[in-house]
Design a protein around this ligand. Structure first.
Ligand code: ATP
Length: 743
């Protein structure tokens, strides 16, 4: 990589566009004092991103824009472009030529362009560092800055040294990584604090959610058990109710039938009783028979009297009738009344359907009374003493009487037969009545029994209904609805099983009471908190991984830096000694890296909460942070480089710069009058050294030194015009000695 072209326009004294093309080797820029030579070095420094106005020899940024002169007005824009050959791809972009442009407007606006694309300063810096170009260091050594390195503090020198040894790019990466590490460390610490704060809440929520889940499980189990219990009970009670209902209906039906039967029997009885005119008929016939008997008695009495009157006075043919006294007649009448009374009793007993024994007793009484009457009358009925047979003389009246008696007998017999038949009929009827009465009583008993059964069944049904109602109320209270109970196919339960379920229900209810009421929103809160916690845990894990990865990167970079610095230090020291010896004709020069001195209070064992800080504290123990220079010209015994003369300082600096260039050549080097303080012989030696080094790097050298000019392949002359504008002239040495005006 090398410089191809520099174009300045409006930059400091270069009011007009001027272009410098460079070749390999040494390009010398010459010209009188104040012509604008150093402005070219400034332009290169500026376009490469220099931020220090002081380094650019100004006070404010607009000082780099052409400020005008007596004859030329000031400009509003300064623009510098630097064209780099990148065929070797030292700048890691896919271009063989790269043009860097920087613009500054008087209003303060500025742009960086890489191949005409706007870019950031940081990108530009990184690219140049990767190409081993450090604009802060030895690559552009401004006028009077040659001994800056020697006069700098050991800490400043270390920075310079990092650029010089090419580890700056790794240092930049390392610093970027450290920034990331610090950020990650802070994020990690914040995440840890947040997760620590969250832990007690999460633990509380976890416990509550466990309780909530236990509650839900218990509720589910309770519902199942309740469903089992109430479902089966509901089935059972419904079945019971249906059974009892059917039973009641059966009894009702039976009762209706029994009632009907009973009513029919009642009707039948009524009918039998109602149609019972037989007694009256018998009574009537008996009355008629009695009347016939009385009639016969009277007829016989009449016949007797008739016969006795016609044969002998005072007696009939068969018995002697002794007339009865009044007392005797009264007794007879009394006994006949008893007889009548007994007859009535017998009839009444028959009417009342009394039992046979009663009737028999009455009939016996009747017989005894009749015998009594006969016994009473017997003494008065003495048979008549037979006299000589007497021829009966028929008497018409007697005949009529006898005829009437015969008729009366006949009537009496007929009546007797009729009564006998009627009594038989009556007997049949009474038997039927008896039978019907028995049936009636049985039907009545059955009806009563069914009535009792029905009342009992209705009571049981009402009890079952009440139980059903109670169970329904309880089920609704326990299950919230009856829907689940209907149409279930749960098997019936034994009493033991029901008791077991009831115990289980009580136990689960007890457990729920112990768990207590919980806000169901806890679940959502727990999930959200757990989500945050998981997120933070994952974040901490990621951050730890990132942290470890960044630490590894830093360690790797440290290794590279350390190895490269050690290697470069050895190499630079060798060249430093070489060039120092060349320029001083002897002497000793050496660079030394010194370790950081760690104060007691910064003891890394006092660990911080920030893992990144601990890491740095641990690492910084091994950091080199100072670069010391020891330079002793021949024959001298110097304790410090501060006591070197101005020329000695310049020679030492040149020896060091040349050592760095030899060890780690930058793509190009700009040297602005670094040889100003050298005497003639040293100027020649310096020119020779440059010439030797120009095989390794490209030099743009601003010089008044003829020996240096002689080593240049290309020479630019700079002159100041009357209008205060720098003019550029170039001369290619060797072929022509003519100055060419580049404008
Ligand atoms: P020497 O050989 O003495 O070091 P030089 O050739 O290096 O001189 P420079 O320092 O490059 O000279 O240029 C200085 C000149 O540039 C001065 O004359 C100064 O007035 C002019 N100059 C600097 N800044 C501006 C500016 N912004 N506008 C116009 N001219 C400027």
């Amino acid at each position: 990589m090398h410089l191809k072209k520099l174009t300045v326009n409006g930059f400091k004294s270069f009011a007009h566009k001027a272009t410098l093309e460079f070749s390999s080797g040494i390009t010398a820029i010459v010209g009188p004092n104040g012509s604008g030579k150093s402005n070219i070095a400034d332009a290169i420094r500026w376009v490469m991103g220099e931020q220090s106005i002081k380094t650019l020899r100004g006070k404010k940024s607009e000082d780099i824009i052409f400020s005008g002169s007596d004859k030329k007005a000031r400009l509003g824009l300064a623009e510098v472009s630097l064209e780099l050959d990148n065929a070797d791809k030292k700048i890691p972009l896919d271009y063989s030529e790269i043009t860097i442009t920087r613009r500054l407007y008087r209003n303060g606006d500025s742009d960086y362009l890489i191949n005409n694309h706007k870019s950031k300063l940081a990108d530009l810096n990184l690219l140049l560092t990767q190409a081993n170009f450090g604009h802060h260091t030895y690559a552009i050594v401004g006028q009077g800055m040659i001994d800056n390195f020697l006069l700098a503090t050991p800490e400043e020198r270390k920075n310079f040294f990092e650029e010089a040894t090419g580890v700056k790019q790794y240092q930049i990466k390392k610093n970027q990584t450290i920034s990331k590490l610090e950020q990650v460390g802070q994020n990690l610490a914040t995440a840890k604090i947040r997760i620590q704060e969250m832990e007690p809440q999460l633990q509380l929520l976890t416990r509550q959610v466990k309780k909530l889940n236990k509650r839900k499980e218990t509720e589910v189990e309770l519902n199942e058990v309740r469903l089992n219990y109430y479902g089966s009970s509901w089935q059972e009670i419904n079945k019971n109710y249906q059974d009892e209902l059917k039973k009641t209906e059966f009894i009702e039906t039976d009762k209706k039938l029994a009632e009907e039967k009973w009513k029919n029997l009642e009707k039948e009885l009524n009918q039998i009783v109602k149609n019972d005119g037989l007694n009256q008929t018998i009574e009537k016939l008996r009355g008629e028979q009695q009347a016939a008997a009385e009639q016969k008695m009277r007829l016989k009495e009449k016949l007797f009297l008739l016969k006795n009157s016609s044969s002998s006075p005072g007696g009939g043919p068969f018995i002697n009738f002794q007339p009865l006294s009044e007392d005797q007649m009264n007794q007879l009448n009394a006994q006949l009344s008893v007889l009548e009374h007994l007859q009535e009793s017998a009839l009444f007993a028959l009417d009342q359907k009394n039992n046979v024994e009663t009737i028999k007793t009455i009939i016996n009484n009747l017989g005894q009374k009749i015998e009594k009457i006969i016994a009473f009358l017997k003494p008065y009925l003495k048979p008549k003493k037979e006299t000589a047979p007497k021829i009966e003389q028929t008497n018409p009246e007697t005949q009529s009487l006898e005829q009437k008696i015969a008729q009366t007998d006949e009537l009496s017999d007929c009546l007797q037969i009729e009564i006998k038949n009627l009594l038989k009929e009556d007997e049949v009827k009474r038997s039927k009545l008896w039978d019907t009465q028995q049936k009636y009583q049985l039907a009545q008993q059955e009806l009563r029994s069914l009535d009792n059964q029905l009342s009992e069944a209705r009571i049981i049904l009402a009890r079952t209904e009440t139980k059903k109602f109670d169970l329904k109320q309880e089920s609704v209270r326990e299950l919230g609805s009856l829907d689940l109970l209907e149409n279930n196919n749960l098997p019936a339960l034994s009493t033991e099983e029901k008791n077991a379920l009831q115990n289980k229900i009580n136990k689960l209810k007890g457990q729920l009471e112990i768990i207590g009421g919980l806000d169901p929103g806890i679940d959502v809160e727990y999930k959200n908190t757990q989500k945050k916690y998981d997120f933070l845990t994952a974040q901490i894990s990621d951050l730890n991984q990132t942290l470890e990865s960044l630490k590894k990167t830093i360690n790797d970079l440290d290794q590279i830096i350390k190895s490269q610095m050690t290697h470069s230090l050895e190499s630079i020291n060798a060249y430093f000694q070489k060039y120092f010896g060349l320029l001083f004709n002897g002497g000793k020069a050496v660079l030394s890296l010194l370790k950081k001195e760690v104060p007691e209070e910064d003891d890394p064992s006092q660990s911080s909460n920030y893992p990144a800080i601990n890491f740095f504290q641990e690492k910084s123990k091994n950091d080199y942070d100072r670069l010391e220079i020891y330079a002793t010209p021949p024959g001298k015994k110097l304790k410090s480089i501060n006591v070197l003369s101005g020329g000695e300082r310049a020679l030492t600096s040149i020896a060091l710069i040349c050592a760095i260039i030899s060890s780690n050549p930058a793509p190009f080097i700009v040297l602005d009058e670094v040889d100003a303080a050298l005497d003639e012989s040293n100027s020649v030696r310096f020119a020779q050294i440059l010439n030797d080094l120009s095989h390794k790097t490209q030099f743009i050298v601003i010089t008044h030194n003829r020996a240096t000019m002689e080593k240049a392949k290309l020479l630019y002359g700079v002159a100041m015009s009357d209008d205060g504008v720098s003019k550029l002239l170039s001369i290619r040495l060797g072929d022509s000695s003519t100055f060419i005006n580049t404008r």
